[in-house]
Design a protein around this ligand. Structure first.
Ligand code: NAD
Length: 282
């Protein structure tokens, strides 16, 4: 468990369910919880909150559920309504962690959106509130404007993209870093340096990368729809990385290592602009 700045705690490993179809989500969630997972990471935008909720209702153990606000639902009133819809689909009264999915700075709405999350937490509908894909200036603005520091910032983070500067800012504010695409969407698993460490430890490359996240204090939410891999990804105990292993992985960080979109440019308006530009070329 990792302690948050609001006094609550979250498991350090969770299952990410992006691109998992709503129809198979219940079975995947149940088998993950049976395998020992206690944190499930979804989002309104993944289209599977309902299936995840159905799986969680059948779970026999305690769990933590994260969901995220869609970009087009930013704004105070829209956020309040979108949260109600997410909670209804998930079939829960209280969500453990609610995140703003992307800052979408061009929409100029993330501050009022953050105020809505603060209100949802005050009302007891959300236990912890946080953000995702926020860069240093977005974090600084919400803290300056509202005085409320997010508990978590969920960002792209894997050996090829280690987010060192942002993590320093998180440390300064007491924000827990959550790593999305913690395996680099699978790319980290074929890296020869990771393979060599895996060979020496007698572990799989995924276990090496996830162990690296845990030892760095980040929360990792790897995705898999394969039961054997889901189990493998949580079997991270009984071995440790050496300081040399950390030094080796540390050198895999690359300035061009980002896989996903740049949060400074990503969002609804950016998308509309890109589509208009593309159409004007036809
Ligand atoms: P990931 O790094 O978790 O990699 C997933 C890929 O690795 C899949 O192809 C999977 O089959 C493969 N894999 C998983 N375990 C493996 C194993 N043991 N051996 C071999 N291959 C294995 O990438 P992801 O799915 O992009 O990210 C994980 C989660 O992060 C998502 O499901 C979602 O919940 C979250 N996410 C959040 C955002 C955001 O904007 N907040 C963006 C992307 C993803």
């Amino acid at each position: 468990m990792v302690l948050l700045n609001d006094g609550r705690a979250l498991p350090q490993l969770g299952l990410g369910v992006w691109q998992i179809d709503n129809a198979i989500a219940p079975d995947i969630v149940i088998s993950a919880i049976d395998a020992g997972y206690r944190l499930i990471d979804t989002a309104a935008g993944y289209g599977n909150e309902n299936g995840v909720g159905t799986g969680l209702r059948r779970a026999r153990n305690k769990f933590y559920i994260t969901t995220k606000l869609r970009n087009e639902d930013q704004g105070y009133d829209r956020t309040m309504r979108a949260f109600d819809a997410s909670a209804a689909r998930l079939q829960v009264d209280v969500v453990d962690l609610y995140l703003i999915h992307w800052p979408c700075p061009q929409q100029r709405a993330y501050i009022e959106t953050w105020r809505a999350l603060v209100e949802l937490q005050k009302q007891g509908r959300v236990r912890s509130i946080g953000v995702s894909n926020f860069m240093a200036d977005h974090l600084e603005r919400i803290v300056y404007e509202t005085g409320v520091v997010p508990a978590v910032n969920q960002v792209e983070l894997h050996p090829a993209f280690q987010q060192r500067a942002l993590r320093k800012i998180h440390e300064r504010y007491g924000i827990v870093t959550q790593a999305w695409s913690p395996l680099g969407q699978g790319a980290a698993l074929t890296n020869p340096r990771i393979l060599a460490i895996a060979e020496r430890c007698g572990r799989s490359p995924a276990q090496i990368v996830l162990r690296w996240h845990l030892e760095n204090g980040t929360i990792a939410i790897p995705k898999s729809a394969n039961a054997a891999r889901v189990a493998e990804n949580i079997d991270l105990f009984g071995f440790e990385l050496t300081s040399d292993d950390h030094a080796v992985i540390s050198r895999l960080d690359r300035p061009d290592g980002r896989i996903g979109p740049d949060p400074a440019a990503y969002g609804r308006i950016g998308l509309i602009r890109r589509m208009t530009r593309r159409l004007s070329r036809i």
